[in-house]
Design a protein around this ligand. Sequence first.
Ligand SMILES: [Zn+2]
Length: 230
Amino acid sequence: MSSSFSSVSKPASSTPVSPQAQHLESLTDVIHFLHARGWTPATSSNFSCRLPEGQTGFSISVSGLDKGTFSAEDFLEVDFAGQVICPEQAHLRPSAETLLHALVYQQFPAAQVVLHTHSVNGTVLSKLYEASQGLLLKDFEVLKGLEGIRTHQTELWLPIFGNHQDMTVLAAQIEPVLREQKPVYGFLLAGHGLYTWGDTLAQAKRHVEVFEFLFECVLKLRSHGYSDYS
Ligand SMILES: [Zn+2]
């Protein structure tokens, strides 16, 4: 491209877009992708990304919005206690599950994005394996989609916790497991949904896709009477 063409095409005045605003745009694209897959029904599910280096807290989706029409303006900034940071956003209500996002960020300093979805398959499996307090995923090639896993010959425990409306109670149950189980890539809340995260947005999205693929596999294997998932 010639320099003269560049100078002609350049807008006379352009408002620079901050890196965080770009992150929220990209996260919104992922939310629309997850919604299109049917994993965020009826205004459920919530999503967040950590604030830039030097700031404490994260941006999280506003509560109760349809994820098909969700926009990059529908986030608000909260601290790790779940309190809204900016006075001008004080009238907005963060997701009820904000404390669980905070828990993940505090347990995993490298995590940049937390995605929480409500798929049918994840919900059904969480009920089927609630009594076992987890689901063992092993010998699937697609496990390699989880960051750091190099072989299908992997046994990965996906913890399942009983659901609760009090996030303080839930966080107290989940925290020791996240702290002690290594590696841990996500967890299910029984009858509720999946939490997973990543050090990048792409990694977090990939982790949702891995888990959803495996949930479908497990349910199909069960329906065929496969011994590992009977
Ligand atoms: Zn939820």
